[in-house]
Design a protein around this ligand. Structure first.
Ligand SMILES: *Cc1c(COP(=O)(O)O)cnc(C)c1O
Length: 380
């Protein structure tokens, strides 16, 4: 069994992907052009945001947002402690300080109450200029954006939505990547909407920031690529990747997003029926009004379970599993000795020892899910 079956997906979409990619090659169109422009238009329409600027990857997308806001030395940005490294890395890369905040035990997303406490504490200490909050849509589930937005407004902070795992998620009828003042996503192959290499996108309604981001992404261009008015970077989505995404985005809208939700529901149904919760397993929660794009189906093993042993026994049965994430951000070596390391995040500390992500993609059958559930329930 594949953890995320990109081979199967390719077999299903092969005819369309091959012909689009071959057309780009035949036209020798490798940078920019209609496929990239059309994709940006389609993505911005789907998300319901005025501007979409594609770029080289989800990390650059976050960096471009921070650059547009001029985040740098002396600034602090609030970041969940339980996320992929890039969410906090880009803050430090710009010379600012990430302040890590604990997450909710059930949704894995930023805890609004703890966020407000961390803001008040940092404000009272007065060491940093508080600039922004990065809210991550972890595992496909949008963060609690209404509460987080209210807190941002109250303390005059910008909201950056890291939707790298969240593309396709929703709260009510509002779509992920529309919640931030700037929002970003990643098209890394294993994300909910992935390409065949690296890719990313930035979303915003703000004309001025959109123009700045387009400039920063092309060496700080002014009136042209050869008129450089600021120091930027080279970050673009290749034309061939835009062609792949064109086909994959259609499938995503047509059935993949719905199907991955069905597979996730099947996991919840079968695990519940097998009494997994009575054995201490914690299942992922999607609160009322929320819709997940299910980048991962992540459970918490019973307290004290031997995760390594469970993983290796499942592997022996042909079932791959992953640990997202094994280390709290504030414990990462890169932040050792900095103020970022001082965070106290008891929920993250605990769930990092218990989480296990199960094989998931829109192409999994009920039999696949049953095989995983039977094995897991037997082992806990
Ligand atoms: C994958 C990911 C990123 C980075 O995306 P890349 O395209 O790999 O650079 C950032 N944030 C989160 C939460 C991610 O999962």
């Amino acid at each position: 069994m594949e953890f995320r079956d990109l081979k199967k997906q390719y077999q299903v979409l092969k005819t369309d992907i091959d012909s689009k990619v071959q057309a780009a090659c035949a036209n020798a169109q490798f940078i920019g052009g209609a496929p990239v422009n059309e994709l940006e238009k389609a993505l911005s329409e789907y998300v319901g945001v005025k501007h979409c600027i594609t770029c080289a990857n989800g990390t650059d997308a976050l960096s471009l947002a921070a650059m547009a806001w001029g985040i740098g030395e002396g600034d602090a940005v609030f970041v969940p402690d339980f996320t992929y490294f890039a969410s906090g890395e880009i803050v430090a890369f710009e010379g600012a300080t990430p302040i890590f905040v604990d997450v909710c035990r059930d949704t894995y997303n930023l805890d609004p109450e703890k966020l407000e406490k961390a803001i008040i504490k940092a404000k009272n200490e007065g060491k940093y200029k508080l600039r922004a909050v990065i809210a991550v849509d972890l595992f496909g589930l949008p963060a609690d954006m209404e509460k987080i937005r209210n807190i941002c407004d109250k303390y005059d902070l910008l909201l950056l939505e890291d939707g790298a795992q969240g593309f396709g998620g929703r709260i009510g009828d509002k779509v992920a990547c529309s919640f931030g003042d700037i929002s970003t996503t990643s098209f890394f192959p294993a994300k909910p909407l992935g390409c065949y290499g690296d890719g990313g996108a930035v979303f915003t309604d703000n004309d001025e920031w959109a123009e700045l981001i387009r400039s920063y992404a092309v060496h700080g261009k002014g009136s042209s690529k050869y008129d450089n008015v600021r120091v930027g970077m080279n970050s673009r989505l290749d034309t061939v990747q835009a062609c792949v995404l064109d086909v994959k985005f259609s499938a995503f809208k047509k059935y993949e997003l719905e199907d991955v939700n069905k597979v996730a529901s099947k996991y919840t149904e079968l695990l519940t029926a097998a009494g997994a919760q009575d054995k201490g397993l914690v299942l992922p929660v999607v609160n009322d009004g929320f819709y997940s794009s299910w980048a991962q189906y992540t459970v918490q093993l019973p307290k004290g379970a031997d995760r390594e042993k469970i993983q290796s026994e499942m592997k022996a049965l042909g079932i791959p599993t992953m640990i997202y994430y094994i280390k709290p951000m504030h414990c990462q070596g890169a932040f050792e000795g900095t103020d970022s390391a001082a965070a106290e995040c008891e929920v993250t500390d605990e769930i990092c020892t218990r989480v296990l992500s199960l094989p998931l993609d829109p192409y999994k059958s009920d039999e696949d899910v049953k095989k995983v559930v039977d094995a897991l329930v037997e082992l806990i």
